[in-house]
Design a protein around this ligand. Structure first.
Ligand code: ADP
Ligand code: MG
Length: 250
């Protein structure tokens, strides 16, 4: 199982949307895929049609239940989820004093290593203990970001965190790619930020930016990934391209 971590300390940049859409695309391409909702807001769970989960990612990181206990099958091809709810918010504090507090998720996932081709972790909008656990369990990091001026500062911050986690806890961790979300090519600012990114991160930028597309924002309220909500929409096709690129990279 290759573990892909969708992380960015900024909220509203498209982490959850990208995690769900790419996981669904991987499933459609025949890869057994597990989404791990690691944000107390539980948006990845509800976006996949899972509401009021019984066993959650909280239970598995505090060691109360096994990962296997928490897996819920979705209606979608090759796609399961370990859901989350508000209980996970307490984990930041409860883990703080424990030994090996950064490796709880990694340990919890060991028994299901062979069950999936990919796990996709949807992180909360912070670089706290939850994101740290996700990075420590990860093989690759995917950073979704918008093409805005302040995004560039945020990017260097998360890159630094990734570097530190790699050094301290997880030498195998690599940056799989930077994914542009909600792109609007008619905005001069977006174009110039993208040019800047290309200058510094040419080999890390995914070739396909995800354009702003209203169908993408409608899909979660139906509990559907975009590929099932509107198969031939631009968003669906662009996320499929990115999933293909990920499969080449990792
Ligand atoms: P995060 O998980 O980083 O907080 P979300 O994935 O929840 O971000 O996205 C934030 C908001 O933007 C959501 O309302 C989502 O539906 C919307 N959104 C994400 N990507 C797109 C897109 N390509 N086009 C239009 N709306 C989008
Ligand atoms: Mg989110």
């Amino acid at each position: 199982m290759k573990v892909l971590v969708f992380a960015n300390q900024k909220g509203g940049v498209g982490k959850t949307t990208s995690a769900i859409s790419i996981a669904a695309a991987l499933g459609i391409k025949g890869k057994k895929t597990l989404v791990i909702d690691f944000d107390p807001q539980g948006n990845a769970s509800s976006g996949l049609g899972v509401r009021k989960p019984q066993v959650t990612s909280y239970d598995i990181i505090i060691g109360r239940r096994t990962a296997g206990d928490a897996i819920v099958k979705t209606k979608y091809k090759n796609l399961d989820v370990i859901p989350a709810n508000m209980a996970l918010a307490a984990a930041e504090f409860e883990l703080a004093d424990l030994e090996n507090r950064e490796s709880k998720l990694k340990t919890a996932l060991e028994p299901i290593q062979e069950k999936y081709d990919y796990a996709v972790i949807d992180c909360p909008p912070s670089l706290g203990l939850l994101t740290l656990n996700a990075l420590a369990a990860g093989d690759g990091v995917i950073i979704p970001m918008q093409c805005e001026y302040f995004s560039l500062e945020g990017l260097s911050q998360i890159m630094m965190t990734v570097k530190q986690v790699k050094k301290l806890y997880n030498p195998a961790l690599t940056l799989t790619g930077i994914l542009i979300t909600m792109y609007n090519g008619r905005l001069n600012l977006s174009v110039s930020v993208l040019d800047e990114l290309k200058k510094y991160y040419a080999d890390k930028l995914f070739k396909t930016p995800i354009q702003r597309n209203v169908r993408i924002s409608e899909a979660p309220s139906y509990g559907m990934p975009i590929q099932y909500y509107d198969k031939y929409s631009r968003g669906s096709l662009q996320y499929a391209d990115v999933a293909a690129e990920i499969m080449e990279r990792i």
